[in-house]
Write a protein that binds this ligand. Structure first.
Ligand SMILES: Nc1ncnc2c1ncn2[C@@H]1O[C@H](COP(=O)(O)OP(=O)(O)OP(=O)(O)O)[C@@H](O)[C@H]1O
Ligand SMILES: [Mg+2]
Length: 500
């Protein structure tokens, strides 16, 4: 009788819980059973492992072979366990020394020829392996991502044979040395391309500085989509923790993680036909949705009223809490989703309401129905309501280039650093208590705010949003005090509350 025990990991939300792979060989009729996986996946894993072993010229034991993936109640994707299963069979049948296996964790899908295929969630696994003090053996193609966990010991391999040679102490795998991560590339289009629109650019700068959500409303062709595309180029730099969290989520997503994206604030712009699963996440092996892939970055919803209302409503919870919980049958997963919402819409169905030289043909009823597609509670959660007006043609021709994105980004970064130094987070994330502490306007400004609340009928939530916004405006002006001018500017950005 012979038994081999190896360590690997499953994925559950952002965590990578440990899975023990036990391989047992005993006498009896030849058979190959895997327990602890879903039935369809068992068959695939069995076929791949058998083919890979035979093609690598190992002997496939003609005995009774049982593989147990424990704990049984943990959901597991089959592919990643191919490598530990194959190694377990070799160790149990004496083709590989079994004494050092406990120092390692293994993950990798095998091709039929024994090559190692990339795995999902390598970053989360590397993080957990490091905490257990084990060395992580994984496919070469997933190594760069895993190496973002600085203290992790990572051994990348291209094939099953390479791993076997390492374990047999014939030829050692080389530890992965992460290439120095370059400063993130800023190849976004430049804000200088947008002529005029000083008001809109100012609002974008405030939104970037304080992490505030922003909705742009304006007629067709006024540059809303153009402005949005330039928004990531003025965002403040990411901290180490933010960058790692964002990378970990991307590594769990279907698109995977790309090293050149590291330290770039995510910018996701799902199409308005997106389903709620695509937006908030889900699936039988729960995967993060767009809002989680936009964690610590921007979620841009262009043509906001075209999104299904039911889909938009799912954003309400995560917008406040910063995470999303996905429950599906027996499985539950939680993903962080602290994203900044950026949205654009036309003011009415025909688009020309309020245009300086085009007539709107919509009835008030049609306008109301159109705007009603975005619920009051969602509107309430948007800090900045911005009206983007059409730029007159002669201005488009006359005006020379505006300020470049680098200049704006420098001011944004300054104001961002101020907030982190003062309260450890950006203004948009302040809670009620923290607002009391950090966002006290001076008496005259307080008076102005009181008047505005009464006149505009602002909700309590909108009131807090105005205060946070005024704090950011003061921070951009490097003013410790929140003065009348700061509050006055903040109030103007609640336009759509008024219309409603
Ligand atoms: N202020 C501007 N400066 C320079 N070009 C502009 C400006 N506004 C609009 N344009 C030009 O008009 C085009 C259309 O702009 P954009 O797609 O951003 O409009 P939009 O507001 O998103 O319209 P829609 O509501 O139809 O989506 C841009 O590609 C750009 O060429
Ligand atoms: Mg557009």
């Amino acid at each position: 009788m012979s038994l081999a025990v190896l360590h690997s990991r499953a994925l559950a939300g952002m965590d990578a819980p440990e899975v023990t792979v036990e391989v047992h060989l005993s006498g009896g009729l030849p058979s190959f059973t895997i327990v602890g996986l879903a039935e369809a996946e068992v068959k695939e894993a069995r076929d791949r492992v058998r083919a890979a072993l035979l093609n690598a010229h190992f002997e496939f034991p003609a005995r009774r072979l049982t593989v147990n993936l424990a704990p049984a109640d943990l959901p597991k994707e089959s592919g990643r366990f191919d490598l530990p299963i194959a190694l377990g069979i070799l160790a149990a049948s004496g083709q590989l020394p079994a004494n050092a296996l406990h120092e390692y964790e293994f993950a990798g899908e095998l091709s039929l020829t024994g090559d190692l295929r990339p795995i999902r969630g390598a970053l989360a696994m590397a993080y957990s392996a490091q905490r257990c003090g084990r060395t992580f053996v994984l496919p070469q193609t997933s190594a760069a991502e895993a190496s973002l966990v600085r203290e992790a010991r990572i051994l990348p391999a291209k094939t099953l044979l390479e791993v076997c040679a390492h374990l047999a102490r014939r030829e050692s795998l080389q530890a992965y040395i992460a290439p120095p991560t370059a400063a993130p590339q800023h190849d976004y289009p430049d804000l200088a391309d947008v002529k005029g629109q000083a008001h809109a650019k100012r609002a974008l700068e405030i939104a970037a500085a304080g992490g505030h959500s922003l909705l742009m409303a304006g007629p067709p062709g006024t540059g809303k989509s153009m402005l949005a595309a330039r928004f990531p180029g003025i965002l403040p730099p990411m901290s180490d923790t933010e960058a790692l969290e964002a990378a970990a989520l991307q590594s769990l997503g279907s698109g995977g993680f790309r090293l050149e994206q590291y330290r770039r604030r995510p910018f996701r712009s799902p199409h308005h036909s997106a389903s709620s699963v695509a937006l908030v996440g889900g699936g039988s092996n729960p995967r993060p949705g767009e809002i989680s892939l936009a964690h610590h970055g921007v979620l841009f919803l262009d043509e906001l009223p075209e999104f299904e209302r039911r889909v938009l409503e799912t954003l309400r919870g995560p917008l406040e809490s910063g995470y999303v919980q996905i429950s599906r049958a027996a499985r539950q997963a939680e993903f962080p989703a602290r994203f900044q919402l950026l949205a654009a819409m036309n003011p009415c169905p025909c688009g020309y309401l309020g245009h300086f030289n085009a007539r709107c043909r919509c009835t008030p009823d049609q306008v109301a129905r159109y705007r009603g597609r975005i619920s009051g509670p969602l509107m309430d959660r948007i800090d900045i309501h911005l009206e983007v007006a059409a730029v007159p043609q002669e201005d488009l021709l006359r005006q020379q280039a505006g300020e470049a994105s680098v200049m704006v980004r420098a001011r944004v970064a300054g104001a961002h650093a101020l907030q982190i130094g003062r309260q450890g987070k950006c203004n948009s994330r302040l809670g009620t208590r923290e607002i009391d502490r950090w966002c006290r306007p001076e008496p005259a400004a307080e008076g102005l705010l009181r008047q505005a609340i009464a006149r505009l009928g602002l909700s309590a939530r909108a009131y807090h949003r105005v205060l946070k916004l005024a704090r950011t405006i003061a921070d951009l002006a490097r003013s410790e005090l929140i003065a009348v001018a700061h509050v006055a500017e903040a109030i103007q950005y609640r336009k759509l509350d008024r219309a409603g």
